[in-house]
Ligand binder design. Sequence first.
Ligand code: FES
Length: 126
Amino acid sequence: MELPTQKYMITFVDEQQREQAIEVDPAKTPYGDQGLPGSLLDVALGHGVEIEHACGGVCVCSTCHVIVKEGLESCNEPSEEEEDRLDDAYGVTPQSRLACRCVPNGEADLLIVIPSWNRNLAREGR
Ligand code: FES
């Protein structure tokens, strides 16, 4: 997997249309230990952006489903495992990814939409 060598931006948009723009510094990743190092989940959690991650970022739940509106071409290809999990997710689009598996290479800035059903489903489970 190709990891970034330069800084780039990820903008997360949640269900209330709140935007949070984060500068990702490859020298500082991984930010935590959930999801692949440098994944969307890793970056989000490291900056206080809530994305559900019921399985702890190990690709067995699909609650971390997000939509990569811009910059998808700079991300790793989804594995078969990720695609299988996404099959179980609600409201999947061609730009859907699992945040814990999706790792950008830093060649483009990203716009990520966190679907509202992500939060709602997780709340129901609590
Ligand atoms: S956190 Fe469970 S699949 Fe991503």
